[in-house]
Design a binder for this molecule. Structure first.
Ligand code: GDP
Ligand code: MG
Length: 167
């Protein structure tokens, strides 16, 4: 099996960190500074009979005021088309207008959608996460929701398994 997997989400949620961890190599540029990734980046992960082509996107911005923002929005939006699986990366609890804007786009994705709730390593009490997970499930009833830590590699096997099943 083989297919394309788009990684989308607002800037700074950890999309590039996730791709780097999945690939086990530094490919996407990660930084505290948003907009580091300006172009869609491809990474190929082959495991047994499954080959997944991951597309790391520059992040969807709420308002495309600048030419660069508009370019990045177009680039990220183009990654949503013609892919087999979409991974929507969000922060563990923090929800912003930019997340909302991405949510409104991914709601129209017809294929499999996985919401990766990232940076769970920052949560002391896991119960804190539950209202957010419940709310996400209500917003995106067809999505699979997985808490992860891209940086610490937590729960990434589960995420990759979900992807593999949907290719
Ligand atoms: P992107 O803009 O969505 O591609 O985000 P990046 O991958 O560049 O990450 C943005 C920042 O969040 C960086 O400083 C990362 O080190 C940090 N980060 C990413 N994943 C995690 C995580 O699982 N836990 C924590 N604590 N920080 C993370
Ligand atoms: Mg990035």
């Amino acid at each position: 099996r083989c297919g394309y997997v788009a990684i989308v989400g607002r800037p700074n949620v950890g999309k590039s960190t996730l791709l780097n961890h999945i690939l086990g190599q530094k490919l996407a540029i990660t930084s505290r500074k948003p907009q580091t990734t300006r172009h869609n980046m491809l990474g190929i992960k082959t495991e047994g009979a499954v080959q997944a082509v991951y597309v790391d996107t520059p992040g969807l911005h709420k308002n495309g005021e600048t030419a660069l923002n508009r370019y990045m929005n177009r680039t990220a939006a183009s990654a949503l088309k013609d892919v087999d699986v979409v991974i929507f990366v969000v922060d563990r609890t923090r929800w912003t207008d930019e997340d909302q804007a991405v949510l409104e786009r991914v709601q129209y994705v017809t294929g499999p959608l996985i919401v990766a709730v990232n940076k769970t390593d920052r949560i002391e009490d896991k119960a804190e996460l539950l209202p957010h997970l419940r709310w996400l499930a209500e917003q995106l009833p067809n999505a699979e929701i997985v808490p992860i830590s891209a940086q610490h590699g937590q729960n990434l096997e589960t995420l990759e398994q979900l992807v593999a099943e949907r290719l």
